[in-house]
Design a protein around this ligand. Structure first.
Ligand SMILES: [Zn+2]
Ligand SMILES: [Zn+2]
Length: 254
């Protein structure tokens, strides 16, 4: 299974990730931070299913652009998966004819721009050959982490969250786990902001890694660009043998 951590910067790429999205084998996206910026646009046409962790803008920013880019019109349209809270936020806060046209209303009367499917924590969704299990994390809005399997390998995404437990049980039980993306947003000196915004610091990242019982790479993601140097130094000083720093644009093979 190939998992690409999509880029989200224009110009010289210094490893910063401003927006979050992962692309599995070119066809399944987790979050939509930058999928609408993929070029050439034929790469966007391949994406049929999009799972949303939550409705914070760094995870959905390019969703309207993506839906515009792949609309032909035709009876086929991408399936957007999210919690009731996330889908409700899309309707009320995003596709409300002010921020962006109400694609839900347009889809009801014309050929659809999108289809939606509500997903629940702990209930696995089968999409083609993929099994996607959303698990509630611990963030300021209802947020899912995901464990994704293709029958041969599995990987987990644990972001955005403060310290959490349930996802680790599901991750530890996943068949042939090969890797885990884990957030590390703020440096340790900004623990106060990590607490308030319900994110992790490197110290708390280390606490989460202790809950992982499988010997696989742990890939640090969601590092706030303004504090990247501090976060990287603190992560490296943890001495974790399995630590990798997420590289936007890189395709990971699991
Ligand atoms: Zn968030
Ligand atoms: Zn985020």
């Amino acid at each position: 299974m190939k998992v690409k951590l999509l880029c989200s910067s224009v110009g010289v790429d210094e490893g910063h990730q401003f927006l979050m999205s992962y692309l599995v084998d070119d066809v399944l996206a987790i979050d939509a931070g930058s999928i609408g910026m993929l070029s050439p646009p034929t790469l966007q046409d391949k994406i049929q299913d999009v799972f949303l962790s939550h409705a914070h803008i760094d995870h959905i920013a390019s969703l309207p652009i993506f839906l515009d880019n792949v609309y032909r019109p035709s009876p086929a349209s991408p399936m957007i998966y999210g919690s009731r809270a996330t889908l409700s936020s899309l309707r009320g806060d995003f596709f409300n004819d002010r921020v962006w046209p109400d694609l839900f209303r347009l889809s009801a009367t014309e050929t659809p721009f999108l289809r939606t499917q509500e997903i629940e924590s702990g209930k696995t969704v089968d999409v083609g050959r993929y099994r996607v299990t959303p698990v509630e994390l611990n963030h300021v809005v209802p947020t899912f982490g995901f464990v994704v399997s293709d029958g041969e390998a599995s990987f987990a995404i644990v972001s955005d969250t403060s310290p959490t437990d349930e996802i680790w049980k599901v991750t530890n039980a996943a068949p042939n786990l090969r890797g885990c993306f884990l957030e590390a947003s703020f440096p340790n000196r900004m623990d106060w902001l990590a607490v308030k915004s319900m994110h992790l610091t490197p110290a708390k990242f280390a606490g989460e890694v202790l809950k992982l019982q499988v010997d696989v790479p742990v890939i640090a993601v969601h590092i706030k660009p303004a504090f990247r140097a501090s976060v990287l130094a603190e992560l490296q000083s943890l001495g974790l043998p399995n630590l990798k720093i997420g590289e936007p644009g890189r395709e990971y093979t699991f």
